[in-house]
Design a protein around this ligand. Sequence first.
Ligand code: PEP
Ligand code: MG
Length: 568
Amino acid sequence: MKQYTGRPASSGIAISAFTEWSSGQLSVEKKQNQNVDQELARYEAAKDEAVTELGELYTKAVQEVGEEKAAVFEVHQMLLMDTAFTCSVQSIIREQSVNAEYAVDQTGQELAAMFEAMDDEYMKARSADMKDIAGRVVRILQGSAECSGTLEEPCIIIADDLSPSETIRLDKSKVLAFVTRQGSLQSHTAILARTMGIPAVVGVPIPKYASHQSGTCIVDGNQGNVYIETAEDARTDGKEWQNLLNQYQEKQAVDQKQKQLLQQLKGKPIYRKDGSQMKLCANIGGVSDIDAALLNDADGVGLFRSEFLYLKSADYPTEEEQFAAYKEAVEKMDGRQVIIRTLDIGADKQIDYFNLEHEDNPALGYRAIRICLTREEIFRTQLRALYRASAFGNLAIMFPMITALWEVKRIKEIAAEVREELIIGYTAATNQEKEDTTLRNTETYRKTLEGVPLGIMVETPAAVMLSEELAKEVDFFSIGTNDLTQYTLAVDRQNRNLEKFYDAHHPAVLQMIRMTVENSHKAGIWTGICGELAADVSLTQTFMEMGVDELSMSPSSILKVKHELLCK
Ligand code: PEP
Ligand code: MG
């Protein structure tokens, strides 16, 4: 049995089989003075496995997308079995006495460059095929599982790191826990794991497990421990492992009992002495998280990270796609408020089709509202979808990364223009179309759109210092303590070497929260917290005393915070 320790990123215990996950970005090392015969044999075996994999992919693809589209996998099989590919790999291994991975990678690169240089468009396109084929063989040689987003069986995922879009693409019903070698507690992958209530440990110095190495893994997301027992280990330490397994099965049962106890707090509102309510809401990344929000008794959605709609998609989501998602969210929440944050792209959330330039300091760069205010067509599409969805439930809109008053004023101008366009469209619409909005006349439609609360995220020191003025412009504040901590302390939230310095309890951060709440109340608006600090029970009573009106967090944390407020 092997034990590894990392940082606990999402609580809970999982016990299951594991899968080594490869994100497709393989790094290939050149190893010299290798045993040539052995490397040739490794290549042959990996090639055969790749051919088999491609055959299976072809069969699956025929069922899902039809023969014509599936043919690409047959082409890959043929290219791989072609003598040109194999001869090149073999001669690199023989002539340079190098490892098979390097020879395959070199061959892939050379053939890809050759196709790329051809004039014919069809032949040019074969360049990508060559890279793909070489990547598949290298992956098999390195013993990693295929990166597909789908999982055959429920399992624990072990990976170098997972990008937010990869995490979101995974079939969550099959992911029992995440273990990553890299990643920080504040990364969006860790946040997503908490949102989904999936145990996670990050920064684990765990070696790569080959695809043939199966076994059982225990992930302790409370303590940050990971244990692995392969069939090989079982021969020497069966008893020790069995004891550990028993211990963890007991812990898992206690955990589940605790969760059941917390369920008894459901439906109990939290009031202050002055009769005002403290709302406990959910942070979600998409409509599929709403079930978890409802299950955990959320008073509403305090943060819908709309950028995940963009991250999941291969191109800009259309107005209709966004409208459908926002409408479904408000309908499912059935009268409870859903605060949807406009897209917060940039920094660690990069999307290819946005074509954002490389930046030396992305966290201080072109992100969030800065993109929306310079590429207004993207912003207007999202606002149209949001306002249209507002006719179907209790929707509020929130804007991220605000640093100046002019930004809020410009946002409000654009929002007013979008509303006017929609109202004109509504007036001209047929009765059938009007029925689709559930509203019966132009005046009620206008009132609904104008009644949508507009709020801002207070997540920069500038917004805190301007909170008195900003409070006069908006309907609510929501404090993003993740970024507020990063920008106040000048500590990169993504950098795991700085975790010791990333102190969300820092007096400067707490002072800023207090100041924001006070300034909002002076202007008669409310303030929530939607950063990770909202779920920190060591601060729950402090937030209550400060007058914070709403705490919004991963659905799985809500009942724990409620317990802190009602039972202590
Ligand atoms: C925050 O910064 O606290 C926040 C909630 O936004 P995100 O984590 O998505 O940047
Ligand atoms: Mg933020």
